[in-house]
Design a protein around this ligand. Structure first.
Ligand code: FEO
Length: 400
């Protein structure tokens, strides 16, 4: 837990989670952790903005109660009902039975379905303002960033945007809370891109629209509910989120993501030749063995790069299962408009290429190059694989 007063009378509580293996029960976070950031504004009214997961309720309540008597909290702003932020709500309402919950109308039925809360709810319209004393808070609906009921909160006097999921990132860094606390932001920004590709990528059209809406507020501090608070250079995370959300339009980097699997090393041998071909024409390539790498770490590359090279042996007459899963998940995440190539070995029947073409056609992936070979990757196959890599690389550099 890191607690800091980010501006006078606005206190951040950044609750570290370094014990959960998976975020949303799906995305690995044990190596890097995640934070649930909650904020207390002390004015004539005491206002909490967003909370934490339920299993961190005690940690958060203890920290907040060191600053203010919990029974004197007037409002809790529930920007977003996903339980990584609302899970501590039951604990808070037990300790502060008169607290008013501020949320969007779409959050109200969720308060009932998740926590059987049906009273002390104040719904706010898009753009509505509430005076809490010297400060005025305004509320801005951001549907589908991340869920339909989501909104953000803006403190006009300090220019602080409490942005919830948008502008967030994975990563829990002890005692580091601000962008200015890190000598280099490189590692954190990799975690932020992984978070974006895992959590928000599917909603990129909405993210793009909301960035334009929220930047009209001209925030001076961006305080998300995961990861770093941006005080020194909030424009950096805004610009990156704009770039990442624009990838959905197909204007990706002229680089390649190579995903492969191999049963007995033959497709893996061809993979090395394909990589030689790509690098021979100066096209950077990220290589992932799908049997060893979680989807969470592959998605940032797939989201970012224009080219996808798929190496799959034929398995029982079809695509290798691990590759099928990745491609299905790519479609679910709306990873569309790619240029693609294929290579892979078959033993007693080909078939992987046929299934892959059928799978990626609805994603508007243009499969421009393919090499299916029987059995081992002999010298002649390796030559063809290297040529395939080079030809595909040239297309990535010159064609859209
Ligand atoms: Fe961090 Fe969509 O919750």
């Amino acid at each position: 837990m890191t607690t800091r007063e980010i501006v006078e009378n606005i206190i951040a509580f950044s609750v570290d989670d370094r014990t959960s293996k998976l975020f949303e029960g799906l995305w690995p976070i044990q190596a890097d952790g995640v934070t649930y950031n909650s904020y207390l504004i002390q004015d004539e009214k005491n206002v909490l903005i967003d909370l934490s997961s339920e299993f961190k309720s005690d940690v958060l309540m203890d920290a907040v109660s060191a600053r203010v008597d919990l029974s004197r909290i007037d409002y809790v702003v529930v920007n977003h009902m996903e339980p990584d932020h609302s899970g501590a709500l039951k604990a808070l309402t037990r300790l502060a039975p008169n607290v008013q919950i501020i949320c969007t109308p779409d959050a109200t039925p969720m308060l009932d379905s998740y926590y059987s809360i049906r009273s002390h709810i104040r719904e706010v319209a898009d753009g509505e303002k509430i005076s809490i004393g010297k400060r005025t808070l305004s509320f801005h609906h951001t549907p589908l960033v991340h869920w339909p009921e989501t909104m953000v909160t803006f403190d006009e006097s300090s220019g602080t945007l409490f942005s919830c999921d948008i502008f967030g990132g994975y990563g829990a860094l002890p005692d580091r809370l601000y962008d200015s606390d890190l000598d280099s932001l490189d590692d954190y920004l990799k975690q932020a891109l992984r978070y974006y590709s895992n959590i928000l990528a599917k909603f990129s059209p909405q993210v793009s629209r909301m960035i334009e809406k929220l930047t009209r507020l001209a925030p001076r501090i961006i305080a998300p509910s995961h990861g770093l608070i941006w005080k020194k250079n909030p424009q950096l995370i805004v610009d990156l989120y704009r770039k990442w959300s624009d990838y959905v339009k197909g204007d990706n980097e002229p680089r390649a993501t190579l995903i492969y699997a191999s049963m007995y090393g033959n497709t893996a041998n061809a993979m090395k030749a394909v990589v030689r071909g790509l690098t021979s024409v100066d096209v950077p390539v990220d290589v992932f063995n799908v049997a060893e790498t979680h989807l969470s770490y592959i998605l940032p590359s797939l989201w970012t790069n224009h080219g996808v090279v798929i190496g799959s042996p034929t398995y029982e007459g079809n695509i290798f299962p691990g590759i099928r899963h990745i491609l299905m998940d790519a479609g679910a995440k709306r990873i569309f408009n790619k240029k693609a190539a294929f290579f892979g070995s078959w033993s007693w029947s080909s078939g992987a290429l046929r299934e892959i073409k059928a799978m990626v056609e609805p994603y508007q992936w243009d499969v421009t190059d393919a090499l299916e070979f029987e059995g081992a990757a002999k010298e002649s196959v390796l030559e063809q694989a290297e040529k395939l890599g080079a030809a595909f690389g040239r297309k990535l550099k010159t064609e859209r």
